[in-house]
Write a protein that binds this ligand. Sequence first.
Ligand code: GLU
Length: 179
Amino acid sequence: MCGIIGYIGKREAQTILLNGLKMLEYRGYDSAGMAVLSRKRIDVVKREGKIRGLAKKLRARPLGGNAGISHTRWATHGRPNRVNAHPHLDCKGELAVVHNGIIENYAELKESLIREGHKFRSETDTEVIVHLIEKFYKQKGVPIEEAVRKAAAKLEGSFAIGVISKREPKKLVGARISV
Ligand code: GLU
């Protein structure tokens, strides 16, 4: 079982996210990563292997910001490597998503999103979530929580997600669907 940690508040997100990941470590994972929102930019660091490897990378290049999401992955779709590690970004790097679980209808969704022009970078089922949110978020006046709700309605399976958007830096959205 992998895990998700999210933080938004006044403190440095990186420290809280990293400590949270360490607490989830006992559950097992093959890779880990985090995305932190700073002055309207989303920075991502991810790594195959142990959290101490991620921590080392973050020490060399800290992510400043007060909101973020992090993840330990146990691969179900796509090899356990850095590219497939979460968070995943939309085409423009405006949204970041972490995900626990499986999207059962990801293949059909991926095919139609590619037809609509979305560019995929990973082999995961997860990446359809962020592109689907991106698609609904493009509609004028749709707040991030509404775009997430619309995307979740298209997804089949049991899962939990965490989402941040650089367009709405004061929000962190979480959603859980169980069937
Ligand atoms: N199905 C997703 C993946 O393979 C999430 C796996 C997990 O829950 O860690 O990336």
